[in-house]
Design a protein around this ligand. Structure first.
Ligand SMILES: Cc1cc2nc3c(=O)[nH]c(=O)nc-3n(C[C@H](O)[C@H](O)[C@H](O)COP(=O)(O)O)c2cc1C
Length: 168
């Protein structure tokens, strides 16, 4: 049983990304995993200031906002799933801001302990996912997160359900 956090970067609550997230969650819960999802669009999270205070003071961020909730959930999770529609080739601003702010969490935990399992869920109008895959590769290849798979494309609910169900 794994604890799975889904970071939902879609602004549309009942859109195509949400539909894939639902299918993924169903699959994951069916095989005994615990799933928690954060709808980032409704949260108040400012962009990283690049002040680098967190890199000098044990990972404490100078900004106090809803990122506290994300960080608690991040610490709780074994698996962190990035879910987003494609905006201009890559993830939405809502999700990017959160990932930037995880910089302080990386400094708090240390590089070695900032390792999770992961998956990517993305929908797009077209079918070019290259920028998004480059973004995802930073986590899998550079940070060494374990890849559970990618669901690329609206309507791939069955694939999403299966990837969720295979997490153990
Ligand atoms: C601001 C914006 C930028 C977008 N950029 C792209 C893009 O670069 N490539 C693409 O294929 N689709 C693009 N789209 C389309 C969305 O990715 C697509 O409609 C997606 O499935 C919507 O997901 P949702 O239902 O979760 O909102 C864009 C949509 C918006 C609103």
């Amino acid at each position: 049983m794994k604890k799975i956090l889904i970071l939902n970067g879609s602004p549309r609550k009942n859109g195509k990304t949400a539909s894939l997230i639902n299918a993924f969650s169903q699959g994951a819960e069916r095989t005994g995993n615990e799933v928690s999802s954060l709808y980032l669009n409704s949260m108040n999270i400012k962009g990283c200031l690049a002040c680098e205070k967190c890199s000098k003071n044990g990972g404490e961020c100078v900004q106090k906002d809803d990122m506290e909730t994300v960080k608690e959930a991040f610490e709780w999770a074994d698996v962190v799933v990035f879910a987003s529609p494609q905006f201009w080739g890559t993830i939405t601003g809502q999700l990017k801001v959160v990932i930037d702010r995880l910089y302080s969490e990386m400094h708090r935990l240390g590089f070695e302990n900032f390792v999770k399992e992961t998956a990517l869920i993305m929908t797009a109008r077209g079918d070019n996912y290259q920028f998004a895959l480059d973004f995802y590769a930073i986590f899998v290849n550079l940070l060494g997160w374990k890849d559970h798979g990618t669901v690329l494309g609206a309507g791939k609910e069955d694939e999403a359900r299966e990837i969720g169900a295979n997490i153990k």
